[in-house]
Design a protein around this ligand. Structure first.
Ligand SMILES: Nc1ncnc2c1ncn2[C@@H]1O[C@H](COP(=O)(O)OP(=O)(O)OP(=O)(O)O)[C@@H](O)[C@H]1O
Ligand SMILES: [Mg+2]
Length: 182
């Protein structure tokens, strides 16, 4: 995985597969405490405690086409490489929360990459899912919510090419305003 946005795309795919209808991505940057935190929460079908315990082991997957699941183990590896960690909490029938913490200034922390493109792509490809993306820096915070976007669009779908371009630019500009790190 070459950047954090690709990890986010991958982890959100798990939520989509788990039939989530509301998926939230929250990124918190804190230079003072040297923490870069990504939390992905969903209201999908969840996992049993037993399964959660084994899920960061690369040989666990519920997929039948391929034997190994790599999304969570790779994210864990990349978080731990910076001195951080990965924590998963889940409840069957309720949902799942995946929390990855990185050491902000660690040389091995991957850059964020194209988060605006990632979020808009997810929203455009899954019109029936509500996506919420929050980004918090020490300066301020930004929140993108497809529920609000849909109200603003008055019936025009997010998947419309012009809307996609507009939303990407809107997110990028708002992230610049709050001085996000690369
Ligand atoms: N948000 C979630 N809700 C419910 N189950 C989940 C969730 N995330 C992961 N899982 C379960 O954990 C397994 C492992 O996830 P992981 O992303 O590591 O691998 P994968 O999705 O199976 O394969 P890959 O990501 O490599 O394509 C999944 O197959 C799924 O059963
Ligand atoms: Mg996966």
């Amino acid at each position: 995985m070459k950047d954090l946005s690709m990890h986010i795309l991958d982890i959100v795919q798990n939520s989509i597969t788990a039939d989530a209808k509301r998926i939230e991505v929250e990124i918190t940057e804190n230079v003072s405490s040297d923490i870069y935190r990504i939390v992905i929460s969903d209201d999908g079908k969840g996992m049993t405690a037993d399964f959660v315990e084994k899920v960061t082991d690369p040989y666990v997957t519920s997929r039948t086409t391929r034997k190994v699941g790599l999304g969570l183990p790779l994210l864990k590896q990349n978080a731990e490489r910076t001195g951080g960690n990965l924590a998963i909490t889940s409840e069957v029938g309720k949902g799942t929360v995946v929390k990855a913490e990185f050491r902000f200034g660690n040389i091995d922390r991957l850059p964020l990459g194209d988060i605006a493109g990632t979020i808009v792509l997810l929203a455009a490809a899954n019109l029936n899912i509500r996506f919420i993306y929050k980004h918090i820096t020490e300066k301020d915070k930004y929140c993108f919510d497809t529920k609000e976007v849909n109200e603003m669009l008055e019936g025009m779908p997010i998947s419309e090419p012009g809307v996609i371009r507009f939303l990407k630019e809107m997110i990028k500009e708002n992230l610049q305003e709050i001085n996000i790190a690369g």
